[in-house]
Design a protein around this ligand. Structure first.
Ligand code: UD1
Ligand code: UDP
Length: 366
């Protein structure tokens, strides 16, 4: 018997999806599934910005992301070299493949390279996680977001706040509030993690009797003084602190950690399944990651953000996220005594953002 897939197969689309860094693997996992389920052809392009086993391959394996059609291997380097390498490689692929759309995610150098290459070739650009702003242009990601949003035809924003941010910059068409694809990932894979991950046993952790920490923003991770101050403050916490170290700061953390006491456990970056359980069962999360702040909210785990501002303003307004900024003393104080959050809402959608994205791509194909 013939069965039909949910998408409009007669109107099937060819989509080039650009990924390259860890947060994009997490987002692409659910979009690739939604595209494939609706019968569309996806050309997956990995710029290769992240390449260590635990920064890349583990996500493909655990989350069932298809093998990329193209690997550009841009690797590490300056912003210009990473962006330029990706730009040249993506342009060549777009000329050959002639997709109906390019999809770019978030705010990395792969995102802006993809958008720029497509715009000059008049290929429609769909930006997933559009409209986010920190209003801090010292962050390379803020530059990538602004440029990508200006160039995009379809702007898939997670929230009304993100939509309003775009309006303030004069971008008023092509905006669709679809929720956040990271909710789709989190809902799908936390269930899998509960079955498969052994991380709590492996690290000998009791639920809510440990803290999770991730630090990788250049403003925190690239300066000895700042990073040491953070580590010293965290070492005042009288609970194990699990710290999967981003390769950006590996050498610096290894050098500085001997100057701290306390129970900070330095480990390799973990895969997404282990990460979901560490986030869910951490007493409080300490982070400067965008995605981890949001995931903390979704898991209902209080979060201390080691930054002065955030794109994910709802998490702060609802009382689940506290911006530590330069008041590092707050870390050990609030780790023990986090104020009761005010409320929790489905700000970021219901876990069906990726299906909505695919439907809107189909509808807007002309
Ligand atoms: C990038 C993104 C950032 C995102 C982060 C997610 C940009 C501008 N930044 O920052 O928005 O939050 O990814 O994790 O795109 N390295 C390795 N192995 C790897 C990857 C990186 O050793 O697999 C080391 C290299 O020394 C490299 C450094 O980490 O120079 C920084 O990596 P890079 O990709 O340039 O920036 P991220 O800090 O990862
Ligand atoms: N993540 C992970 N293992 C880690 C650290 C992060 O699986 O050791 C996941 C995290 O849960 C999130 C994603 O990686 O889904 C992106 O986080 P990252 O902090 O790298 O980037 P950002 O969101 O700040 O751009």
């Amino acid at each position: 018997m013939l069965t039909f897939k949910s998408g409009n197969v007669d109107n099937s689309m060819k989509i080039a999806t650009i990924i390259g860094a860890r947060p994009q693997f997490v987002k692409a996992a659910v979009i690739s599934k939604a595209l494939s389920h609706a019968g569309h052809e996806e050309i997956l392009v990995n710029t290769g910005q992240h390449y260590d086993e635990n920064m890349a391959r583990i996500f493909f394996e655990e989350m069932g992301i298809p093998k990329p059609d193209y690997d550009l291997g841009v690797g590490s380097g300056t912003h210009a070299s990473q962006t330029a390498g990706a730009l040249v490689g993506i342009e060549e692929i777009l000329l050959k493949e002639k997709p109906d759309y390019i999809i770019v995610f978030g705010d990395t150098n792969a995102t802006v390279a993809g958008a720029l290459a497509a715009a000059k070739l008049h290929i429609k650009i769909a930006h997933i996680e559009a409209g986010l702003r920190s209003y801090n242009r010292a962050m390379p990601e803020e530059i990538n977001r602004i440029v990508t949003d200006v160039l995009s035809d379809l702007l898939f924003v997670p929230t009304q706040v993100a939509s309003d941010n775009l309006s303030k910059e004069g971008i008023t068409s092509g905006i669709h509030i679809v929720g956040d694809v990271m909710v789709d990932s989190l809902m799908t894979y936390t269930e899998v993690a509960e079955q498969k991950s052994r991380i709590l046993d492996d690290l000998n952790l009791e639920k809510e009797k440990f803290l999770l920490m991730t630090i990788h923003r250049p403003s925190n991770a690239d300066h000895d003084d700042r990073l040491l101050s953070i580590l010293k403050e965290v070492s005042n916490i009288n609970l194990p602190v699990i710290f999967p170290v981003h390769p950006r700061s590996r050498a610096r953390v290894e050098k500085l950690i001997s100057q701290t006491s306390g129970d900070i456990r330095i480990i390799e970056p973990v895969g997404y399944l282990d990460m979901m359980l560490l986030e869910k069962y951490s007493k409080v999360i300490i982070t400067d990651s965008g995605g981890v702040q949001k995931e903390a909210y979704l898991h209902m785990t209080p979060c201390l953000t080691v930054r002065g501002e955030t794109e994910w303003v709802e998490t702060v307004e609802d009382g689940w996220n506290y911006l530590v900024g330069n008041q590092l003393k707050k870390i050990s104080q609030l780790a023990y005594d986090f104020p009761e959050p005010k409320r929790w809402k489905h700000h970021y959608g219901d876990g069906h953002a990726s299906d909505k994205v695919v439907q809107l791509l189909e509808k807007n194909l002309t």
